[in-house]
Design a protein around this ligand. Sequence first.
Ligand SMILES: [Fe+2]
Ligand SMILES: [Fe+2]
Length: 279
Amino acid sequence: MPLRVVMLGDIVGSPGRLAVMQQIPVIRQRWKPDLILANGENAAAGSGLTPEQYHKLRAAGLDGITLGDHVYKRDQIVPVLETEQQIIRPANLPTLAKGRSWMRLTPASTPGSAPTPLPNLYVLTVLGRIFSSLPADDPFAAVDRILPELPERDPIVLVEVHAETTSEKQALGWYLDGRVAAVVGTHTHVPTADAKILPHGTGYITDLGMSGPYESVLGRRIDRVLTHMTTAMHAPFDVADGDPRVCGVYLEIDPASRRTTHIERIELKADPHARPFVA
Ligand SMILES: [Fe+2]
Ligand SMILES: [Fe+2]
């Protein structure tokens, strides 16, 4: 039995949160994942994640939540980062940065499931350095440092690379091919069409795409972004609301080889006229 994992891209604002909540049952039915994860760095009006949103998304069915460069935009999340086991900050931040740099997710055993329990999944996120807004360390060295620290021999590992450039994401994919189960990109909010398995068995995609409103500029209102870009005037980049979608990948990971045997993109259009968008 493979370990079946769904990882969703950056949840943007309330359209993203509601779309994820609405589509989790669809994902469960269609892909039957053992674990569902998402990046939640833009959940709070486009920037950061509040404790309440963390708990609501977990209750809706997310087994783990990652964060990116917006990790500390809502500083009330810090106690959650320090106490909860299923949320991580980027691993290559300064040593004193609050929060854990990797998490272990254990699939729930279901009645009638295989006699051999499914393995744990270890997850870590690294920030890219090119055009990074935070003082991030070398992401390649950060993964090299953390992999031997994980408390399991030959663990199954998913590495999220939260970076601005496609080159840095691809480079990390090649660097880790054959050493981790999957490398998935986030942060640029535009899904890429390159989901594949690298030669040594690492599942890879340059960007999962955001889970949020696609009638937008990277999740923000088109009129505001155009005003700013065409006039240089300040225009608050509020979160848009049109065409909410949920994007990510579905992975099947072989517990014996700890490599990906199947990867496919997920892109689901949410219905903004149905629950939980409307009561
Ligand atoms: Fe993001
Ligand atoms: Fe980001």
